[in-house]
Each structure stands twice: as structure tokens, then as C-alpha cells.
Design a protein around this ligand. Structure first.
Ligand SMILES: [Zn+2]
Ligand SMILES: [Zn+2]
Length: 295
């Protein structure tokens, strides 16, 4: 009798061990855990780069959830781009491509508003610095964009062909934003060194795509990324921006997805198709490597 009882407990133990193993095996990795294999660790910061003399706090997923941020809701879920200035055909093409890219990246409706002219800027907010015509960035936010934000706009991003400056004592700024209001402005000017041509088209396009998705990423509550090489890494200058991937790392994608709740695979395929169309080769490879892992 005692022996039988012992056998019975032994069987029970064996059975629960099996069940345990089975449940371990069955627990599938999430999309984010899977693609984390393709995250590339950050290297030690070099002098002159963003992280070299800054100590930013690592924003965990839990920190992110508590952060102040914009979340799409019914009737208020569109990203608008507002071109301001006199754009040539190549510049117009970059704006159209930025619209397509942001739509794929955020999986939200993205529209371009009819362009406004530089004549909307009073003389008092313009200056010439080192031969470049510049516009006061704060004026663009407060006096141009804020009052033009469409009702269904979650985000309104101005794009200028003129250079921007934030304060009289500053030389220039690539962009300027009010994250809580979902309003920002980016200048294309410095991305192509003042003269956009067929030969510097893709290099400057990549910069525009990275900087606009980075800025909108901040509006969605994502802090500077210290997790891996990522579009959300802080940047001091263009060579540093060029060294960052357009790909958001697994953690930043998890943060974005928790607010927008899109289909991860659909987003990845859309981004891969965009990169293929534009021949952005290293980004094609990265998207393909992520797709390989989730298939
Ligand atoms: Zn930033
Ligand atoms: Zn990241």
C-alpha cells in the first residue's frame, strides 16, 4: 500500500514535470523579443557625439508607460506635413517620400497640406547668417503651425527649405518641436548642404526620414534610446545621424506599438517595400533580417 502510494506520487511528479516542460516550450517569444536578436549594441561614445558628455537615463518600457505622451484616438489620428517655402521638384519629391515613409513607419494616415509661402514670415523673424536666410523656429510653431492644426490632426510637422535658428545667440537648428502639442518643424536645408541634387538626393532623404520619425517618436513619448543603434538615439551632428539606423530597435518598437497598436509584420513589410523602392540598401537588409526571424 505504501509502495503504491509512493509510485503514485512519483507518477504525479513525473507528470507535472512533463507539463512544466510542455508549458515552457509552448510559451512563444513575442515579436519584440524575436527581433531583439537583430539589435546592434551601441559602441562607446566618441568625443563630439551626443552621449559623450551627457548622462541620460535609460527609459525602460515601464518608464515609458508612465511618461506624458500623445496617443491616437478616433477622429484624431492623422499626421500632417506642412511644407513652408518655395520648393523645387526634387524638394517636393522628398516631401512626398517623407509622407509615404511616415505613413509606413507609424502606420497612421499621413497627409501633406498645400504649401505656404515664405512671405508669411515677417522681417522680424528672418535673418541672414553666414550668407543663409534663416527663420526663427519658435515663430513657425507658435504663429504658423499651432493655429493651422487640422481638427483630426494628431501631429503637425512643418517642413521648411530655409534654415532655422532657435535663439539669436544660436547659429542654427535642424528642427524644433513642442512634444505635448504634437507640433514640430524640420528644415531640409542642412541635409543637402544648401543644394539638393540627384547625387545627394538619397543621403539627404535618409536624414529627413530619420529626423522626422525621431521627432515624431518623441511626441509619442519615446525618450532617447540607449538600448541599441536606433533612430531614437540622440544626435549632435549629421555624421552622427548618418551612423544611426532608420530602424527603431526592439524596445522603441515595443513602446510605439503599445500606443498605436499596429500589425508589426505589416509595418515591417511596408517599410521594406519603401526602402526597396528608394534603393536604401542597408535599411533593406535590416528589414529583411527582421522578416527572416519572424517567418
Ligand atoms: Zn531627440
Ligand atoms: Zn531604440
Amino acid at each position: 500500500m505504501i509502495r503504491e502510494k509512493f509510485n503514485f506520487s512519483l507518477k504525479l511528479l513525473f507528470l507535472s514535470a512533463l507539463l512544466f516542460l510542455f508549458s515552457c516550450e509552448k510559451k512563444e517569444k513575442t515579436y519584440f523579443e524575436t527581433i531583439a536578436l537583430n539589435d546592434i549594441k551601441l559602441s562607446d561614445p566618441q568625443p563630439g557625439t551626443w552621449r559623450y558628455n551627457r548622462t541620460e537615463k535609460f527609459q525602460t518600457f515601464e518608464n515609458f508607460q508612465k511618461s506624458k505622451k500623445i496617443i491616437p484616438e478616433a477622429g484624431k489620428n492623422t499626421i500632417y506635413l506642412q511644407p513652408i517655402g518655395g520648393f523645387n521638384d526634387l524638394q517636393k519629391k522628398q516631401i512626398e517620400l517623407t509622407q509615404e515613409y511616415l505613413k509606413d513607419y507609424f502606420q497612421l494616415e499621413t497627409k501633406v497640406l498645400p504649401a505656404l509661402y515664405n512671405s508669411i514670415f515677417p522681417r522680424s523673424v528672418q535673418r541672414i547668417k553666414d550668407g543663409n536666410e534663416q527663420i526663427l523656429a519658435g515663430y513657425v510653431l507658435d504663429s504658423v503651425l499651432m493655429k493651422r492644426k487640422p481638427k483630426d490632426a494628431l501631429i503637425l510637422m512643418g517642413i521648411t527649405e530655409r534654415d532655422l535658428f532657435p535663439k539669436p545667440e544660436w547659429n542654427y537648428v535642424f528642427g524644433f518641436a513642442s512634444y505635448e502639442n504634437g507640433v514640430g518643424v524640420t528644415s531640409m536645408f542642412r541635409f543637402y548642404n544648401g543644394n539638393l541634387t540627384e547625387s545627394n538626393f538619397n543621403e539627404s532623404l535618409e536624414r529627413l526620414l530619420k529626423i522626422s520619425s525621431h521627432e515624431i517618436g518623441h511626441m509619442f513619448g519615446i525618450g532617447h534610446c540607449l538600448n541599441a543603434n536606433c533612430v531614437m538615439n540622440g544626435t549632435n551632428h549629421l555624421p552622427e545621424t548618418d551612423s544611426h539606423f532608420a530602424r527603431a530597435c526592439s524596445l522603441c518598437q515595443q513602446k510605439l506599438n503599445s500606443s498605436i497598436k499596429y500589425d508589426n509584420k505589416k509595418r515591417l513589410i511596408a517599410l521594406k517595400n519603401f526602402f526597396e523602392k528608394q534603393h536604401l540598401n542597408s535599411e533593406i537588409t535590416r528589414a529583411e533580417e527582421d522578416l527572416k526571424l519572424i517567418k
